[in-house]
Design a protein around this ligand. Structure first.
Ligand code: ATP
Ligand code: MG
Length: 176
């Protein structure tokens, strides 16, 4: 038998340290189906599973909300321009320590650093510079929750539409 600590036992009883994270394949790679498939392969190999997937083109406004913490940085305008320049693939990933696992799979922010320090990382393999760096990953449980909500929740008017549809169906149903 292997000996585990009390904390580890508690963790197992609670179902392990399963986490969710928000991953995004940026416009420099998202349109290349071959690259997207390769990245999905790496996700599977890392033991992560894809819970939700959404492909869309982000408005500048939504990119601004997403990267609000960087709004005073010099690279912010270029970042918004890049992120809204074409389709992105958004993924909710889950797995053991998913946040750290996905961040280590993507590698350091700068492509150049990634090529030196983590040549197998996604940014080393598919990135081109500091901004066009192939992928995004949440950096904490709080940002994962915020980003998943921001990118996967239907906007209020879409939810209203669902209620309006149900009400219309009810009203239009002939009753004896
Ligand atoms: P991300 O949040 O996209 O996962 P990160 O957490 O590694 O990346 P952040 O510091 O949060 O890096 O920066 C967000 C994004 O802004 C980076 O992924 C990159 O596209 C861009 N960026 C960051 N630093 C620079 C820089 N010095 N010059 C140009 N672009 C940058
Ligand atoms: Mg970040």
């Amino acid at each position: 038998p292997s000996y585990i600590t009390h904390d580890q036992r508690l963790l197992r009883l609670r179902g392990g340290d399963r986490e969710s994270t928000f991953a995004m394949l940026k416009p420099d790679v998202a349109s290349d189906t071959h690259t997207v498939d390769e990245i999905k392969q790496r996700i599977a190999e890392a033991g992560l599973s894809i819970e939700r997937e959404r492909v869309c083109r982000l408005s500048r406004r939504r990119c601004g909300k997403f990267y609000a913490e960087h709004r005073t940085r010099p690279f912010y305008p270029a970042l918004l321009g890049f992120m809204s320049s074409g389709p992105v693939v958004m993924l909710e990933l889950s797995g053991e320590s998913a946040i750290g696992a996905w961040r280590s799979l993507i590698g350091p922010t700068s492509t150049e650093t990634a090529r030196k320090e983590a040549p197998r990382s996604l940014r080393a393999m598919y990135g081109s510079d500091n901004t066009r760096n192939a992928a995004h990953g949440s950096d904490s449980p709080a940002s994962a929750a915020r980003e998943i909500r921001l990118m996967f929740q239907k906007p209020a008017w879409r939810r209203l539409e669902v209620y309006a549809g149900l009400a219309a169906a009810f009203l239009l149903t002939k009753r004896e």
